[in-house]
Design a binder for this molecule. Sequence first.
Ligand code: PAF
Length: 282
Amino acid sequence: MVVFNEISTVDEWVTNKKKEGRSIGFVPTMGALHKGHIALVEQARRENDLVVCSIFVNPIQFNNKEDLKKYPRTLDSDLEKLDDAGCDAVFSPDAEEMYPAGHPDKIYDFGQLNKVMEGRFRQGHFNGVAIVVKKLFDIVQPHRAYFGEKDFQQLQVVRSLVKQEKSDVQVIGCPTVREADGLAMSSRNTRLTKAQRREAPRIYQALVKAREMYPELPVEQIKDQIRDTINASPELELEYAEIVHPDTLLPVTRSHRNTSAVACVAAYAGKVRLIDNMHLNS
Ligand code: PAF
């Protein structure tokens, strides 16, 4: 596995491999890798000749300075895990390499996709994600790029970005990987106290219950159940629970077996913000 820190060197490597006719699968990450990331690498491995992974804690997608400061950084063990998973190349730049002119001023318009949930509670977050993903796609020039469905809204934003930019990168969403007790794997889980970690699977339990309730019961009742299940723990506090159409992210107001819906949740465990989601009729 080769590791690059500079755009010019990874760009040259990728260009040569593409000239040889090899397909490139790309897994963008912010490091602190867990089994969810490794599942993305493994899928990319199966579907492409070569796998490139990026590790970059993108400062411009954090709307909360403390979250950026506390974001776990575990480069050495990340590289070991990627090597074991069969990744071929890693791009791990610093912020100066990615943004030599400082914070880029490009503003994307994702319409409804950026108006609700993460877009509403984390102002500027998806614009920062879009800027870095576009830049990484330009550098790595992948055939396919792999994103976890845990960040469901991000996945839809990236799909919209690719359309807007008329990019030919194929965006592939991969199922959320969960701990044995249902908690969605996340780099932020390492910051949970023992008590928070014990209670955090309530988020998953609330979503499973929501799936059982849909489409028999009204949407508002399902949302109340999610809120009550999560807030029943003194360790957790719900930020939002929404039931939306998976493609448009418009609110689903009436549950119906023919109406696709996904329940999306954000909750705080102390200062750690956790998100999760579940398709309700699949
Ligand atoms: O999902 C993430 O880890 C990040 O948002 C991404 C896609 C790597 C962009 O920084």
